[in-house]
Design a protein around this ligand. Structure first.
Ligand code: AMP
Length: 282
């Protein structure tokens, strides 16, 4: 497996791979990898000949009060895990190379970035779409694999690929969960064992909503939200809920009456750690 840190070298390597008619799969990550990330690498491996995993903690998607400096990192372990998962290249560019001094160019997707995460993190998606654009331009992937865990992000990238005519196939891989249902996340490492137990509240609330929708035929958003809040508070009394939303899958438009084709997304602060999760009401 190759470790590439230079943008120029990555570009040259990708041109060589493509010129041999081999398909490139890209898995963008911020490192501190877990089974969720590794499942994306496995998926990319089945859909392409050469899997590039990028590790880049992207400063432009963090706001000033977020956890950029303290974001967990373990490059050595990540490299070992990527190799075991079947990755071919790890791309680890320097921040100063991705964003040289006086950097001024950003990519913005409009409407669907305004709700849910975008409403609470106004500059977040501009950072995401800018770094993904740069990674697409550097690697020119045939396939890019993103996780359903970041559902809105996946839909934003989908829109960007269509709107900017990127010849990239987007694959959205299912969320990998811990045994108790908590969605795997690099940020779970912030919890003490006692706090970690309470972090299951998001999953339990989603499961409750799903059961109400599919078994009891409940479609009223306010009723579902109230029940979910109760579930969250009963597991983690100090939880602070940013939002609980029911939306159409692709457009992210809020729905009035919830049914099986809709998605529930939520963001909750559990002991100061902001977690997100989502579930199709299937
Ligand atoms: P991150 O390193 O958090 O930026 O995530 C990199 C990619 O991994 C994104 O496409 C995420 O949606 C995806 N991802 C993160 N957590 C999970 C998970 N638990 N299951 C599946 N994919 C995930």
């Amino acid at each position: 497996m190759k470790i590439v840190r230079s943008i120029r070298r990555m570009q040259i390597l990708c041109r060589e791979i493509a010129s041999k008619g081999r398909k490139i799969g890209l898995v963008p990550t911020m490192g501190f990898l877990h089974e969720g990330h590794l499942s994306l690498i496995g998926r990319a491996g089945r859909l392409s000949d050469f899997v590039i995993t990028s590790i880049f903690v992207n400063p432009t998607q963090f706001s000033a009060d977020e956890d950029l400096a303290g974001y967990p990192r373990d490059e050595k372990k990540d490299i070992r895990d990527i190799e075991t998962a079947g990755g071919h290249i790890v791309f680890i560019p320097k921040t100063s190379a991705i964003y040289p001094e006086d950097y001024q160019t950003f990519v913005t997707v409009e409407k669907i970035t305004e709700s849910l995460e975008g409403a609470f993190r106004p500059t977040h998606f501009r950072g995401v779409t800018t770094i993904v654009t740069k990674l697409f331009n550097i690697t020119r992937p045939d396939v890019a694999v993103f996780g359903m865990k970041d559902y809105q992000q996946a839909m934003v990238i989908k829109k960007m690929i269509r709107d900017l005519d990127y010849p990239v196939r987007l694959v959205i891989a299912p969320t990998v969960r811990e045994k108790d249902g908590l969605a795997m996340s690099s940020r779970n490492s912030y919890f003490t064992p006692a706090q970690r137990k309470e972090a299951v509240c998001l999953y339990r609330a989603l499961e409750t909503a799903r059961t109400m929708v599919i078994k009891d035929g409940v479609g009223n958003v306010a009723v579902l939200q109230r029940k979910m809040k109760n579930v969250i508070k009963s597991i983690c009394p100090t939880a602070e809920i940013d939002y609980i939303a029911f939306t159409e899958f692709e457009t992210l438009r809020p729905v009035q009456k919830v049914s099986r084709k809709h998605v529930c997304s939520l963001a909750v602060r559990v002991h100061g750690v902001r977690l997100i999760d989502n579930m199709k009401m299937l």
